[in-house]
Design a protein around this ligand. Structure first.
Ligand SMILES: Nc1ncnc2c1ncn2[C@@H]1O[C@H](COP(=O)(O)OP(=O)(O)OP(=O)(O)O)[C@@H](O)[C@H]1O
Length: 675
């Protein structure tokens, strides 16, 4: 994720929310679970049967039941978003939901059912092949990262190296060191995705045979340069498969799974807080709370067009989780983003490549010109040279010739290398309309027409859903205004009915409030249990530290400083001064400073001087230490051995020092009110 320039002007656009309900699994069927979810695709609504009370109804931009395939979903919702990315906007599709509800099935798909990610690849390459003008150049690159146990890992690097998120909340976060692979076809992108998937953390839980234990982000960057306008547009597409939220008691979690689950839930709860803050227009949005929310900052409330896919399962035993997911999704509908077309951003790779190609071409031209110039001939021979000298001269001329030949050879080789470099760079760039074959063009045209038709149908369907939702809303609010009554009894009946409706709505809301409170209490209990476990672990470590770390090591602990960028504790430099970012320079005519004081000095003048920071020498004492008068107990008390009083003094001194020493970290924690 490269740092991108901030948008100039932007129109608000709400996050689009889609719900997808998977079919009952074989296991759920065998165990006799009922279906409690009914999807109304034509109204974009989801109804959940409540075993304890009133059914619940939620409406979204679109809703898909078990019979809907990913193709329909892609054409109706995702296709317009990917088209915007190809036009230079940022886009994000993320799948959210309880574990085992079909997030990976929706995003990546399986061997038989292609998911959204490979479909997006094919869409991008169909567009590039169809872009008719050879004046258009494209560069497509992709990166793949995962967030596992709060570590951001590069899935495309050999050793899955850990990455650091940089930046500030105000200017956006970015990941500078992640691997970016330039691709030349959809098949190549699929290969890259599979290579990354092999490195992804997955495991088995009671809820899902192949559960993703990490949040994965596949990032596609499409750069498009138009030669005529000399403009470059950069669209970035984030395809996110989140790990599933899960109740720890349901997943049959081992210690390792429990640790993963608590981290997954922590990140998802931060995501929920960000969604709530954005939906309520809160002045502070807690993006900083987790790495997941930092990565998704632009997608939620920033410069991006975003689709949230909420995956749910239909089984009755997942009622609570389904309701929680639907509530989250409902809240996300209120998030407003500010998408802006990214035109000529500073970090466009295409511009860099074009400049490099130009530079290499100029270099080759220069070399060619240089080669055409007449070469310096070997020195003419001396007229009458004695026999023994002429042999020497022949050797030297031969040497010169050999040198000249080798330098020509070397230059030729360098020119060839430059040409190879140009070719390699040009191969990365894809020219529009490069197909050339009539058959392929006809096929592409037919595809284009088909896409156009699909798009029109989708838009019509969306309008219908919106109309239906609006009609239902208006029916409710205007019924009492428009109706006229023949008799008083009719009016009373009508108003009684309305009152009943209002009362049932009120009961529904109360029920919801109770449920929310219960869910909140449950979550709080889980957090408290986790907190208690962490505090117990902390106490154990503090006990070890208090018992085994010598006093001399304690000041080091005080020098520890938390680095927010790397999320680690680091030991501060001994001097207590920040280490210098550059090597110190010497003053004019002086040696480079090496003393500790010069290296740590803040003033440039002091840094240039090689001042030594010497502690003052101890002065000889001018007073005498008080010694108490000696009592002569020689007769009554047996004379103590010489060593005894000394030992006693030492042990008393030790005791008093121990009493004066600040309490142990363990005790400090106890007094800090941690129970
Ligand atoms: N729409 C669907 N149609 C048919 N099968 C589905 C559908 N959605 C999910 N499944 C099946 O349900 C199972 C679980 O799906 P998947 O692994 O995608 O869940 P997940 O939400 O990604 O889980 P986790 O969060 O644990 O990774 C898989 O066997 C998958 O094939």
């Amino acid at each position: 994720m490269e740092k991108s320039a901030r948008p100039r002007t932007a129109l608000n656009e709400c996050v689009k929310v889609v719900v997808r309900c998977r079919p009952l699994s074989d296991r759920e069927k065998n165990e006799g679970f009922e279906e409690v979810v009914k999807v109304w695709p034509e109204r974009g609504a989801v109804q959940v049967y409540n075993p304890k009370g009133q059914d619940k109804m939620f409406t979204y931009d679109a809703a898909y039941d078990a019979s809907a395939d990913t193709q329909t979903m892609y054409d109706e919702m995702v296709r317009p978003l990917v088209a915007s990315v190809l036009d230079g906007f940022n886009g994000c599709v993320f799948a959210y939901g309880q574990t085992g509800t079909g997030k990976t099935h929706t995003m990546e798909g399986t061997a038989d059912h292609e998911g959204i990610i490979p479909r997006a690849f094919r869409h991008i390459w169909a567009h590039i092949e169809n872009s008719a003008s050879p004046d258009v150049t494209h560069l497509v690159s992709c990166s793949y990262i995962e967030l596992y146990l709060e570590d951001v890992r590069d899935l495309l690097s050999k050793d899955c190296k850990k990455l650091t998120i940089r930046g500030q909340e105000l200017n956006g976060f970015y990941i500078p060191e992640m691997t970016s692979v330039v691709c030349k076809s959809a098949a190549e992108m699929v290969r890259v995705m599979r290579a990354g998937n092999r490195n992804r953390a997955a495991g088995r839980t009671d809820m899902n045979e192949h559960s993703s234990r990490s949040h994965a982000v596949f990032l596609v960057t499409v750069e498009t340069a138009h030669r005529k306008t000399n403009r470059i547009r950069v669209g970035k597409l984030n395809l996110v498969d989140l790990a599933g939220s899960e109740r720890q008691r349901k997943t049959g979690a081992s210690a390792e799974r429990l640790r993963e689950a608590s981290r997954i839930n922590q990140a998802l709860s931060s995501l929920g807080n960000v969604i709530s803050a954005l939906a309520e227009n809160s002045p502070h949005v807690p993006y900083r709370d987790s790495k997941l929310t930092r990565i998704l900052q632009d997608s939620l409330g920033g410069n991006s067009k975003t689709i949230m896919i909420a995956n749910i399962g239909p089984a009755s035993y997942n009622y609570d989780e389904t309701i929680t997911t639907l509530r989250y999704a409902h809240r996300a509908k209120a998030i407003k983003n500010k998408p802006v077309r990214n035109e000529d951003p500073k970090d466009a790779k295409l511009r860099e490549y074009q400049a490099e190609i130009e530079r290499l071409r100029a270099l080759i031209e220069q070399r060619k010109l240089h080669d055409r110039k007449p070469r310096k001939l070997p020195r003419p021979r001396a007229p009458a040279a004695p026999q023994d000298n002429s042999e020497e001269e022949t050797v030297s001329i031969e040497n010169e010739n050999m040198l000249a030949e080798s330098s020509i050879e070397q230059e030729k080789k360098q020119t060839e290398e430059l040409e190879a470099q140009i070719q390699a760079l040009e191969e990365r760039l894809v020219q529009g309309g490069g197909g050339g074959k009539e058959l392929l063009n006809n096929l592409n045209e037919a595809q284009l027409v088909l896409q156009q038709r699909r798009h029109e149908i989708t838009q019509r369907k969306q309008r219908e859903v919106e109309m239906q939702q609006r009609i239902e809303l208006e029916e409710e609010t205007t019924a009492s205004v428009t109706s006229t009554f023949a008799t008083l009894q009719q009016e009373v009946d009508h108003k009684t009915q309305r009152l009943k409706k209002c009362l049932s709505k009120y009961a529904c809301l109360r029920e919801e409030m109770v449920e929310q409170r219960e869910a909140h209490d449950g979550e709080r209990r889980e957090h408290e249990a986790l907190q208690a476990a962490l505090i117990a672990e902390l106490r154990r470590r503090l006990l070890v530290a208090d018992s085994f770390v010598p006093d001399a090591g304690r000041p080091a602990v005080l020098r520890a400083r938390y680095n927010e960028d790397t999320d680690t504790w680091e030991l501060r430099d001994h001097s207590g001064v920040e280490p210098l970012s550059e090597r110190p320079v010497a003053g004019p005519g002086r040696r480079r400073p090496t003393s500790a004081a010069a290296l740590a000095a803040r003033e440039p003048r002091q840094r240039a001087e090689n001042v030594l920071d010497l502690a003052p020498l101890p002065l000889p004492s001018t007073t005498r230490t008080y010694t108490p008068p000696r009592h002569n107990h020689a007769q009554s008390v047996p004379t103590p051995t010489k060593k005894e009083p000394e030992m006693e003094t030492v042990s008393v001194a030790r005791k008093s020092a121990r009493a004066a020493r600040p309490s142990t970290a363990h005790q400090r924690l106890g007094t800090a009110g941690v129970r």
